[in-house]
Design a protein around this ligand. Structure first.
Ligand SMILES: C[S@@+](CC[C@H](N)C(=O)[O-])C[C@H]1O[C@@H](n2cnc3c(N)ncnc32)[C@H](O)[C@@H]1O
Ligand code: SF4
Length: 390
């Protein structure tokens, strides 16, 4: 709800496509980085003015594998952004990186360009897990890569880790989480492996080679994660995200607090929020690189981009959906300033009594127990909203 915004840049190519990944990704062999970069620059040129009244809090190069984008294009993109927006003095500039030496650009060059945060897809320090996940890394190469990055000039580092793979034990996961303390990092994302449709892992599931992960073991793994990382002064602040004090990802906080962001690149989402003028708009770019290139060449982004406008009721519901993922929950008082509503007292009492939420007049948040069934609780709370007639 602040007058800030973030920019997300989607680079949709990877050298190999992991068998569990259902993100908007394509093999690098079809990549045309020059065409992509021109499209990204033209999108920025057209759309940045739309956010002109807001301060830029974060820039996030995501993917896919954005570190594969040639550095000259990164430079052009960053220059265009910084020339045409008001960046905050502590603007977070992140790039997602796979821990593959052959994909890595020179770290000092990235630092010189202005990057100040790395998000590394470590996934695990266990050879069996890495092989199962189809990663092109090993325990040893991950350790070497993590050491190199944590000794670099960039001090704000995140590791992505995956848990919940077939036959994984509590012990294997705890070893992964404990190993994190060997590195000087301040953010960890722990993702529970989801078996996504139209991936090779989905076919494995259909063949009965992957069975549903035990809920009890999932809960034990999450509890262990919280306890082990806490000893290392890294605390949970979102369902899957942990950080040292004040190292929350600024970019992701914009999503979770239902703020404004400009997404550029194939399939990227954008959201524009202007509470004072009651404007809440969202739009999405065409998903495939080809459709995206055509869309831009037809010059149909900008004023005539496909805008979906929502009313303040949708804004409140979306704020519940995103904000309840945060351990601090949502500020009910602030949201009521945007649109008056009440929550069904019976639902609140029931969830409070079962120790699934903590609520008072100004705040609702999920408890640790509640986070284990977060989707269900968030759905129940949204269903219980009664809006006053505007
Ligand atoms: C989309 S990737 C982009 C970054 C980079 N290419 C990488 O693989 O590390 C971001 C993160 O999403 C997570 N991810 C992708 N597919 C997933 C799945 N099916 N279940 C859980 N996490 C997943 C991985 O941990 C990955 O690091
Ligand atoms: S997990 Fe990362 S590297 Fe693997 S296919 Fe998805 S985006 Fe690419």
């Amino acid at each position: 709800m602040t007058n800030k915004f973030g920019i997300y840049i989607h680079i949709p190519f990877c050298t190999t496509i992991c068998p569990y990944c259902n993100f908007n990704v394509y093999p690098q062999k079809i990549a045309q980085y020059d065409v992509l970069a021109n499209c990204l620059l033209s999108e920025l040129e057209k759309n940045l003015t739309y956010f002109g009244n807001k301060e830029l809090a974060s820039i996030h190069f995501g993917g896919g594998t954005p570190s594969l984008l040639p550095i000259k294009y990164m430079e052009k993109i960053l220059t265009m952004i910084l020339k045409n927006s008001i960046a905050s003095h502590d603007c977070e500039i992140t790039i997602e990186i796979n821990p593959y030496e052959y994909e890595m650009q020179d770290v000092d060059s990235l630092y010189d360009l202005g990057f100040n945060r790395f998000s590394i897809g470590i996934q695990s320090f266990d050879d069996v897990k890495l092989k199962y996940l189809g990663r092109d890394s090993s325990r040893r190469s991950n350790i070497l890569f993590a050491e190199k990055i944590s000794n670099s000039k960039i001090k704000n580092i995140n590791f992505d880790l995956i848990f919940g793979i077939q036959d994984e034990t509590l012990d294997t996961w705890e070893r992964d989480i404990k190993f994190v303390s060997n590195f000087d990092i301040n953010h960890v994302s722990t993702y529970f492996l989801t078996i996504e449709e139209s991936t090779p892992f989905w076919n494995k599931k259909l063949r009965g080679e992957i069975i549903d992960f035990s809920e009890d073991l999932y809960i034990k793994m999450v509890e262990s994660t919280i306890n082990i990382l806490r000893k290392n002064k890294i605390y949970r602040y979102e369902i899957s995200n942990f950080c040292r004090e004040s190292f929350e990802s600024k970019h992701n906080m914009t999503y979770w607090s239902n703020g404004s962001y400009l997404g550029i690149g194939p399939g990227a989402y954008s959201s524009y929020v202007d509470i004072e003028n009651k404007i809440y708009q969202r739009w999405t770019n065409p998903r495939s690189p080809k459709a995206y290139f055509n869309f831009l060449n037809e010059n149909s982004v900008s004023e005539d981009k496909v805008l979906n406008s929502f009313d303040t009721r949708e804004y409140v519901k979306d704020s519940f959906m995103m904000g309840l993922r945060l351990t601090n929950g949502i500020n009910i008082k602030q949201l009521k300033k945007i649109r008056e509503f009440s929550l069904n007292q019976g639902t609140l009492d029931e969830l409070n009594d079962e120790d699934l939420i903590l609520s008072n007049l100004s705040n609702i948040k999920l408890t640790q127990k509640g986070f284990n069934i977060a989707d269900y609780i968030i759905f129940k709370l949204i269903e219980s909203i009664n809006f006053k007639v505007a």
